[in-house]
Write a protein that binds this ligand. Structure first.
Ligand SMILES: [Zn+2]
Length: 260
């Protein structure tokens, strides 16, 4: 048996528990014998995580549900395998469900042909859809569901007391989850999600990649300011809202302005 090292009461993070990076952050939330996971990571690491959970003395039959924070391959590829092993349910937002059930390789980033990335995306049946304002019960704990779109349309966050499992909204270095049109990224929605996190009184952010960190409004402000600029930059292609240079150019064309 292995000693549990909770990062907060009722919360383990399995990479930290293993003292090595296995994949994305995998949060195990528990109350007595009942437990649930937020994300599972790649299929290759499922056996390792399940063995770790067994070593931590959680009854494998008492997994309430496997929660997908959103439908990106690095968070969910292992869901089908884990669901079968643990004989439990899968929970996600309705806007993530189709990608999971179809094993959609494009919107999950499993396949990026231009970069020669070709990963499997095993389909998995979704049992429970959750949305803004719902709660997920784990023993006596109530996980409050926030819909925080932006990185993807189906991105969820979960509040437990002063903790926010914040998905790919923001990381400790101020980076955010990839902004990509194939993925349903929406920069204005992303800004609203970050502003909501900023306005909340949660104290800790538990992201889906990298270390847990204290909510820092200066960090959030810097990230929000950056994303506000992204809305008007060609760098973000079809994810940008507009490109002011083209408006200027049209005026200059109409005026017949020559290069200066
Ligand atoms: Zn991610």
């Amino acid at each position: 048996m292995m000693e549990r090292v909770p990062i907060f009461p009722h919360v383990l993070e399995l990479n930290l528990q293993a003292r090595q990076r296995i994949g994305c952050s995998v949060y195990l939330i528990y109350d007595d014998a009942q437990w649930a996971l937020i994300d599972i990571g790649y299929e290759d690491s499922v056996d390792e995580f399940v063995e770790l959970i067994r070593q931590l003395d959680f009854p494998l039959s008492q997994c309430n549900t496997l929660i997908a924070s959103h439908a990106d391959v690095d968070h969910i590829q292992g869901l089908a395998k884990a669901k079968q092993l643990l004989r439990t349910t899968v929970t996600c937002h309705r806007l993530a469900a189709e990608a999971l059930e179809k094993g959609d390789t494009l919107s999950t980033f499993a396949e990026v042909p231009a970069q020669d990335i070709q990963l499997a995306m095993p389909p998995v049946e979704v049992d429970q859809l959750v949305d803004e304002g719902d709660t997920i019960e784990i023993g006596g704990l109530k996980l409050e569901v926030w819909h925080t779109p932006g990185h993807t349309a189906g991105q969820l966050s979960f509040r437990l007391g002063n903790l926010l499992f914040s998905g790919d909204n923001i990381f400790r270095d101020g980076c955010v989850g990839a902004i990509d049109a194939h993925h349903g990224s929406d920069i204005p929605a992303f800004i609203r999600s970050l502003e909501r996190i900023r306005a909340s009184d949660v104290q800790w952010l538990l992201p889906s990649h990298g270390p847990v960190f204290r909510k820092d409004n200066q960090l959030l402000d810097a990230t929000i300011t950056r994303l506000k600029a992204y809305q008007h930059m060609a760098d973000f292609g079809t994810c940008a809202v507009d490109w002011p240079l083209i408006d200027e150019w049209e005026k200059e064309l109409a005026a017949g302005k020559l290069p200066e």
